[in-house]
Design a binder for this molecule. Structure first.
Ligand SMILES: [Zn+2]
Length: 100
């Protein structure tokens, strides 16, 4: 009955591969260093994503830092707050017709 252990070994190998391909990020809530796999969205150039911290289970927003090859993590609530402000600012510049 090798099949079960064989399967779990493959599973571990796959997981290790994923870890190798992942990027480091530090949770701003609990300070845990987590490895984040490059998501499809990031591959497509979005450079942002979100996920749950395995340490504190808080929802985090992540931005890929291309210079450092790391993930910048922030609380999703903080991101939402900031993003909301950006939207307001965009709406204001739209009114002025900046043309960007
Ligand atoms: Zn955390």
């Amino acid at each position: 009955m090798n099949s079960v252990s064989e399967e779990s070994r493959k599973c571990v190998e796959k997981h290790m591969e994923e870890l190798k391909g992942g990027y480091k990020g530090v949770c701003p809530v609990c300070g845990k260093t987590i490895r984040i796999c490059k998501s499809i969205r990031i591959e497509m150039g979005a450079n942002t994503g979100s996920g749950i911290c395995p340490g504190c289970k808080k929802l985090l927003h992540m931005t890929f830092n291309e210079e450092r090859k790391e993930m910048n993590l922030e609380r999703f609530k903080d991101y939402q707050k900031r993003h909301g402000k950006e939207c307001e600012a965009n709406a204001k510049t739209d009114g002025k017709g900046s043309g960007i």
